[in-house]
Design a protein around this ligand. Structure first.
Ligand code: KE4
Length: 449
């Protein structure tokens, strides 16, 4: 959909191929400096085809690209922008903080201001530490768990992504309880062997792993609601089962809420499922769009960290004052308005996800919709999708055609079948209706092709 900035309507159903000349030129320039022209692989659109638009600015639910095309944004910077883009209280907080310098490398009151709000929402977090990404948060949580148990092995689950630390880029070995194999070039086998990659939503596999490796597993790390295989919900009793098994075997339970924290509820999946993990990681929303990760949990584990204890962890920009200001403005708003915000996000996401699923059904297109509040995935898959093996059977080519058709209609979905989509408080009925209309057009086009 072509439009001059400011004159565009929301997601027109008219399927006019947008103009992309400036984005194409910017992509060519970017490829001189960055592998694939990107600073994070998924942005390159390799999973869906086509060339990514370059964003120039964003406001509310809308992204505006370098050619002036306007889109409804359904990936929200991969989760952080739950209050919409350029939310005034967040912008003003960052501006105020920036006037006092961007960084000190010294302690500030703002860190405890944000920590106080986080602790109120996550009772499992008795002590915490700020870092600058989700990767740092999970990497550090695992180090704390290994030190607390004096054990080396870690259990993760297939389809779950916890950032790009070597030990977490691991695929399942040949057998359920066998050691992991490198999931990326550059990850030594010796490191991959310290991680067991098991199927999600399968407690027997976890029991088998503990039986095969007695007194050797330091922790289980899990996305409580998976977002990185597309959205996959925990089976009834699954998370409670992980809590029970880890407690019985003296291992720590690390719940990775980098994506679900403040997203699926104010208190994340811990609140939804009444979880009491040993360690929790947060990211994305907690920084309001600026780089913040958090790892925290029981004091007896966290007090092992330097300068109190023997576990070393550090960061130049940890607790950065601008990031703290953005996070505090975001978390404060969510906490103070939770009674209105989360029901509204639920209603809008339900109307959207169900409306598009109905359009698919009417067009004879098979979709399975998995949704947890305002994060969801439309799988091109007959379903059910309860683990990565089932998700991997999705028709990714069909998803790619859908993604490109929706982009042409001014709807920017996450560029992979194996990602979750998100809405913000800035998305309303106008965005929902425009997106459903665009989906009808996209399904019709796909059927015609
Ligand atoms: P970062 O290091 O990207 O801040 O966080 C890593 C991470 C940890 N845990 C979970 C549950 C996550 O979803 C992530 C990062 N999520 C991806 C989106 N699927 C980030 C987007 C990207 O890699 O560009």
């Amino acid at each position: 959909m072509c439009a001059e900035i400011g004159k565009a309507e929301i997601g027109s159903a008219e399927n006019r191929a947008p103009k992309f000349a400036r984005s194409r030129a910017l992509q060519q320039r970017a490829e001189q400096f960055f592998p694939g022209g990107v600073n994070s692989p998924v942005r390159a659109f390799r999973a869906v085809g086509g060339s990514p638009p370059f964003v120039e600015r964003a406001e509310g639910a809308a992204l505006i690209d370098a050619d002036g095309n306007r889109y409804i944004d359904y990936f929200g910077s991969w989760g952080p922008m739950i209050l919409g883009h350029a939310f005034p209280p967040v912008v003003e907080a960052i501006e105020r903080a920036a006037r006092n310098s961007a960084s000190f490398g010294a302690s500030t009151a703002a860190e405890a201001d944000l920590a106080e709000r986080i602790a109120a929402c996550y009772p499992a977090i008795e002590k915490m530490r700020f870092v600058s990404s989700g990767t740092e948060a999970t990497m550090s949580a695992i180090r704390v768990a290994r030190a607390a148990t004096n054990r080396d092995l870690i259990i993760k689950f297939e389809g779950c992504y916890h950032g790009h630390a070597d030990g977490l880029l691991v695929k399942a070995g040949s057998g359920v309880a066998t050691f992991g194999i490198p999931g990326s070039a550059g990850v030594p086998e010796e490191i991959a062997r310290l991680t067991l990659a098991l199927p999600y939503n399968n407690l027997d596999a976890v029991e088998a792993a503990f039986a095969a490796h007695p007194n050797s597993i330091a922790a289980v790390i899990v996305e409580p609601i998976v977002g990185n295989a597309g959205c996959i919900l925990p089976a009834h009793g699954y998370l409670a089962g992980l809590r029970s098994i880890t407690a019985n075997h003296g291992a720590l339970l690390i719940v990775d809420e980098v994506m679900t924290g403040f997203r699926v509820a104010l208190g994340g999946a811990c609140q939804l499922y009444s979880l009491n993990p040993d360690l929790v990681t947060l990211g994305k929303i907690v920084g309001g769009g600026l780089p913040v990760g958090v790892f925290g949990g029981k004091s007896r584990f966290m007090d092992q960290l330097a300068p109190l204890g023997p576990v070393y962890q550090a960061g130049t920009l940890s607790g950065n004052p601008l990031a703290m200001a953005a996070g505090l403005a975001t978390v404060s708003y969510l906490q103070d308005q939770a009674g209105e915000v989360y029901p509204r996000l639920e209603a809008t996401a339900k109307a959207l996800a169900d409306g598009v699923a109905q359009a698919a059904n009417q067009a004879g297109v098979t979709l399975t919709t998995n949704r947890a509040g305002s994060m969801w995935t439309w799988f091109f898959n007959p379903g059910p999708v309860n683990d990565y093996e089932q998700a991997a059977r999705s028709d990714t080519a069909a998803f790619g055609r859908f993604h490109r058709a929706m982009l042409d209609h001014g709807i920017w979905l996450p560029p992979s079948q194996f990602e979750a989509a998100f809405i913000s408080t800035a998305h309303g009925d106008a965005e929902v209706q425009a997106t459903i209309a665009a989906a009808r057009g996209a399904f019709a086009t796909a059927q015609a092709s």
